[in-house]
Design a binder for this molecule. Structure first.
Ligand code: JFZ
Length: 428
């Protein structure tokens, strides 16, 4: 049994402080699958486009040919970081290696990488890490530590390799760990590592965590280092929470109610993580703001994904929606950054959410009352003052509190139809 570097709660709280303040981050799914974009030999392949090799059982020899065509001349790390910054996002998690096994960084441990195998010959992870540092955005990466459809000892490719002949421990110790040493040595401070789909044994998961801690003690690790959400769901197996720094929800999963502890919801803007040429089901800025607020109101961070094209362009509908989220956050960011889960009970399907910080309850109104009277229930503190967050003068709104019910006199029209924030200053 590998011994783990023990850490006190105070030490972990110090390490998690930026993450608990940040609340809203960007994930970037980009790889050879961005070139196939959900199509193979002219046929649509259903599901997440980053899963196309598995969905279409594409032999490695065939799939590898994509690298020869991958040349994202439109890629500009500064522009991507600017999109995140203007959206109000505080950290970026970019794909280093996804299940396809193709490495989006310069590595000595395989030639199946963007510098050696493509006409592009640049290291986008290096450029993104640099651009993030310049803009004060924290940088992290996604690394598929178990599922690898290219590597002979990786998990998941049963159409080229016979599982019985595969040696996962050899793959982890002679390939994964050496690559993690490159990633945790050559790209500056790594704020977070997003492992995925779990590690076959908790011993190996602990070994991996120990290895990361030795190289970068402050890096934040998600529960998908140990837990495979699919298996987790079926067998209620160990959650990986004890090995990791926070619990990763399932994809696009926002909990129905408030849950204690550090957790994160990864979400897509359309219905695929990677670029999918025919998936135009883009979420609007309004929908994204309400999902962000609801996630935080229930105790989580919101990690929102973009899937750039093979040319290196973030699709315009994504940029537009993210711009709208940024505009809302420039007015209402106080109710999000560093805010905690709702201190008041909010039954599901209630047209408002609540976040809290420093003796203030931020009531996020998604549906404005027709009668200028807005009621908030289960307010478990005495309310001293009520005002609109967007009102620079914070002029007080009339209200009446009877027990836990607070009825507020609000303006005729909603100052913000997406989410108007009314602040309740309460006695602690
Ligand atoms: C995984 C990846 O397979 C997928 O390609 C993407 O990278 C996503 C962020 O993570 O997919 C999952 C992982 C977990 C669940 C669903 C999809 N889950 O818990 O339901």
């Amino acid at each position: 049994m590998v011994s783990v570097i023990e850490e006190t709660k105070e030490q972990q709280d110090r390490r998690m402080a930026w993450w608990r303040e940040a609340r809203f981050g960007m994930m970037i799914h980009w790889g050879l699958y961005s070139l196939s974009a959900g199509m193979w030999k002219g046929t649509c392949v259903l599901g997440n486009s980053e899963w196309i090799q598995q969905r279409a059982r594409i032999p490695v020899k065939e799939y590898e040919q994509l690298a020869k065509e991958f040349n994202p001349v439109g890629f500009n790390a500064k522009e991507w970081v600017q999109v995140a910054k203007e959206a109000g996002m505080k950290w970026i998690v970019a794909i280093a290696k996804h299940h396809e096994g193709f490495c989006m960084f310069d590595t000595k441990f395989t030639d199946y990488n963007i510098v050696k195998a493509t006409p592009f010959k640049r290291d986008p992870l290096k450029e993104l890490a640099e651009a993030c540092r310049e803009e004060g955005i924290r940088f992290g990466f996604y690394y598929s530590q178990t599922v690898d459809w290219h590597h002979p000892n990786g998990v998941g490719n049963r159409w080229d390799y016979a599982p019985a002949k595969q040696d996962f421990t050899k793959y982890l110790r002679e390939y994964v760990k050496p690559q993690l040493r490159e990633l945790l040595t050559n790209y500056g401070p790594i704020a977070a590592i997003w492992f995925d789909m779990g590690t076959p044994t908790s011993e190996l998961a602990v070994e991996l965590k120990q290895f990361v801690r030795e190289l970068q003690p402050n890096t934040i690790i998600s529960s998908r280092i140990a837990a495979n959400p699919f298996i987790l769901r079926r067998y209620r197996a160990q959650s990986g929470r004890d090995i990791a720094d926070y619990m990763s929800m399932g994809d696009n999963e926002i909990p129905e109610e408030r849950i204690e502890g550090d957790r994160e919801t990864p979400d897509t803007i359309n219905e695929s993580w990677a670029y999918k040429s025919y998936d135009h089901n883009w979420k609007s800025a309004g929908t994204l703001v309400q999902k962000l607020v609801t996630t935080i109101s229930r105790g989580g961070n919101y990690l929102l994904n973009v899937g750039p094209t093979a040319e290196g362009i973030i699709p315009e509908p994504c940029v537009r929606s993210l711009k709208g989220v940024g505009e809302w956050l420039r007015v209402n960011g106080e109710s999000i950054y560093g805010a905690t889960a709702s201190p008041i009970d909010i039954p599901p399907a209630t047209p408002y959410q609540c976040t809290a910080k420093g003796g203030k309850y931020y009531i996020h109104i998604f549906a404005w009352p027709w009668d200028r009277k807005f009621k908030v229930s289960s307010v478990n503190s005495e309310v001293k003052r009520v005002y609109l967050l967007a009102d620079p003068n914070h002029s007080k709104l009339e209200f009446n509190q009877e027990g836990g019910d607070v009825v507020i006199s609000v303006p005729d029209k909603a100052p913000d139809p997406i989410d108007t924030v009314v602040v309740l200053e309460v006695n602690k």
